[in-house]
Design a protein around this ligand. Structure first.
Ligand code: R2B
Ligand code: URA
Length: 292
């Protein structure tokens, strides 16, 4: 069910952090064909992904034009349109993602996109799974291991369920090939508001618990069916579901958190690991667009 804000005026709205103004930009003309919005934390990664999608879709730009960041004048996010696909970065953490999500949901609403799908591709720390495994989230959990995200509305905590679309999850799992040299699994994801203490690391600038207490906490997290930990899935699941947008999170794991805290992958390993969710989402996009 969609609960898009009825007080919005599509004729007069400013998507401030994207730099689009409905009085100036005809969003339906610019974005009406969009079917899939892909998001990820880093601007660089989403630029690489945009070029990858251009390649696999055989998308051609008019002679003399390059793929450009359409929101560069707003100086916040990096945003590319490749035919029916948008590739945009959301930054690190839920406050940054929340601003982007509100404005992207308004954008696809004003543009009258037909049943657009939002995908977050990210990185994470795994729990008892081989590093390099890709996790497709079914349920997202907050730092207190609750299956909802607490929005704060007019000073009150408003919990909204943090679950993803089951059909879309299965559709994504079907994009995994037995020939892939990595696993793709379904599982719970904990989304935290911090990389260090909230994820039970002992190597932050401050820490007042022991290694044993940390492992006890991580095992409790694992006991909830949680396979990985990152910093956006809870808000992403809850806000998209509430707004009636089909969405999915698909994250590669860099390390097994039961084995350690430090992410020590090399630059080249990082690029290869980050390409794994991109490969799966590339296949998903081709399936959605019925291209093969
Ligand atoms: C995964 O990686 C980032 C922190 O290193 C954060 O955005 C996340 O969710
Ligand atoms: N991103 C996170 O949020 N946590 C990790 O452990 C790795 C990547």
């Amino acid at each position: 069910m969609s609960r898009i804000n009825k007080q919005l005026n599509p004729e007069n709205d400013n998507l401030f952090h994207l730099g689009f103004n409905t009085k100036i930009h005809n969003l339906e003309e610019m974005f009406g064909d969009v079917r899939v919005v892909c998001m990820g934390g880093s601007a660089h990664r989403m630029e690489i992904f945009a070029h990858y999608i251009m390649k696999i879709l055989g998308h051609k730009l008019p002679t003399g034009l390059k793929l450009e960041d359409m929101t560069c004048k707003a100086h916040r996010y990096s945003f590319y349109k490749i035919g029916p696909v948008i590739s945009v970065n959301h930054g690190m953490g839920m406050p940054s993602m929340s601003i982007l999500l509100h404005e992207m949901i308004k954008l696809v609403t004003y543009a009258k996109c037909k049943d657009p799908i939002f995908i977050r591709m990210g990185t994470s720390g795994g729990l008892g799974i081989k590093p390099g495994t890709v996790v497709v989230t079914d349920n997202a959990f907050n730092e207190s291991l609750e299956n909802h995200y607490d929005f704060v509305v007019l000073g009150e905590r408003v919990p909204r369920p943090a679950v993803f679309d089951k059909n879309l999850i299965n559709y994504i799992l079907d994009c995994h090939s037995t020939k892939d040299h990595f696993e793709v699994i379904k599982g719970g994801t904990m989304g935290t508001n911090d990389f260090y203490e909230a994820q039970g690391r002992t190597d932050g600038a401050v820490c007042e618990y022991t290694e044993e207490q940390k492992i006890m906490f991580l095992k409790k997290v694992q006991g909830k069916g949680i396979k990985n930990i990152e910093m956006e899935s809870t808000l992403f699941a809850a806000l998209t579901k509430y707004a009636g947008i089909r969405a999915a999170t698909i994250c590669v794991t860099f390390i097994d958190r039961l084995e350690g805290d430090k992410v020590s992958v090399t630059h080249d390993e990082k690029i290869e690991l980050e390409s794994r969710p991109q490969l799966i989402v590339g296949r998903l996009i081709k399936k959605i667009l019925k291209i093969e």
